[in-house]
Design a protein around this ligand. Structure first.
Ligand SMILES: Nc1ncnc2c1ncn2[C@@H]1O[C@H](COP(=O)(O)OP(=O)(O)OP(=O)(O)O)[C@@H](O)[C@H]1O
Ligand SMILES: [Mg+2]
Length: 305
């Protein structure tokens, strides 16, 4: 059973008004359990609208034709919708803006309390969630979330989501507004959460380097339609599609293109810096070998003369 199955999903904002705006058009998408899906697309392409359907924050407009099913539970059915809210952990952009309790522990406990768990279970989950996001319980639990650094606040907000132990974790631009170190910290945390809490990840990002490095599969939206669905290599190697969808190429791909144009012999499907440095190492080694052989040839000839 796939973790997420979306069929024929359409969505129109301000339907039947002069401000009508079609945000999603015939979306069909399956996400397998254990997959890290990167959702990309220019601003306004429908990414946030799509992910908000996964836990019923946005209701289906055409229940007869469309369906959204997560772990076998339908987002149209009222009963399963309640459960779905806990099965799909949603980390919004700038999640720290949603912190509101006077202590970190109370904030993280908000979700588990809504799940009507008993007190011991709630305490255990709060403790574990804080440890998982790298905030020592004894040091942070009783502090006000508003006195923390930006990165710490974001961790508290993420802890609040994973305390519900969601099976699917959806993150809408989780590193927006962070400095490079903060970005790396949160991205490594997301990978860790996939291993330890939520096996299926759907992450929205405008950063193609992050997507190329982290995602198993990339889905690109344009004007509410899926225009690409494949591995990072498949998607980024289709240069026309990338241009049409208004996306950037990963930096490694741009550098590789320039090097290839200058005659460096490396493959044209490089999408990560790791792959680029490995291929450059190989190309350099083979040039050194060729040069060494040429030198050997010269010296042998010299000796013969
Ligand atoms: N509440 C709303 N009312 C009317 N139109 C909306 C509303 N929210 C979004 N839209 C419109 O729907 C389309 C899709 O918006 P959405 O927020 O899903 O895009 P996005 O891909 O998440 O963009 P971004 O990268 O900027 O976050 C856009 O044209 C947007 O202007
Ligand atoms: Mg958005």
């Amino acid at each position: 059973m796939p973790a997420v199955e979306i069929k024929n999903l359409n969505f129109i904002y301000s339907k039947k008004t002069p401000f009508e705006k079609r945000a999603l058009q015939d979306i069909n998408l399956t996400v397998e359990e254990g997959e890290f899906l990167g959702l990309v697309g220019a601003t306004g392409s429908g990414k946030s609208t799509l992910i908000q359907h996964l836990n019923g924050l946005i209701k289906l407009q055409d229940k007869k034709r469309s369906s959204v099913v997560v772990n076998g539970m339908s987002a149209t059915d009222k009963k399963s919708l309640k459960k779905l809210r806990f099965e799909v952990g949603m980390v919004f952009q700038y999640p720290e803006y949603q912190l509101f309790e006077d202590t970190v522990a109370k904030d993280v406990a908000f979700g588990p309390k809504n799940m009507k768990l008993d007190k011991d279970e709630i305490d255990a989950r709060v403790r574990r969630a804080l440890e998982v996001v790298g905030l020592e319980y004894d040091k942070f639990a009783e502090r006000s979330p508003f006195d923390l650094s930006g990165g710490e606040k974001r961790r508290v907000a993420i802890a609040g989501v994973i305390a519900m132990q969601p099976k699917v974790l959806v993150l809408d631009e989780p590193v927006a507004g962070l400095d490079p170190v903060g970005r790396e910290d949160i991205l490594s945390l997301v990978k860790k959460l996939q291993k330890e809490v939520s096996p299926t990840i759907i992450m929205v990002s405008h950063n193609m380097d992050d997507m190329a490095r982290l995602a198993d599969r990339i889905v690109a939206l344009k004007d509410g339609c899926i225009v690409a669905n494949g591995t990072p290599k498949e998607v980024f190697c289709d240069r026309k599609l990338i241009e049409d969808a208004g996306l950037d190429l990963p930096a490694a791909t741009r550098i590789a293109d320039k090097l290839i144009a200058r005659g460096v012999e490396i493959p044209s499907d490089i999408v990560t810096m790791d792959a680029l440095s490995a291929e450059l190492g190989k190309a350099l080694r083979s040039r050194i070998t060729v040069a060494a052989k040429a030198n050997d040839g010269v010296s042998e000839e010299d000796e013969n003369v």
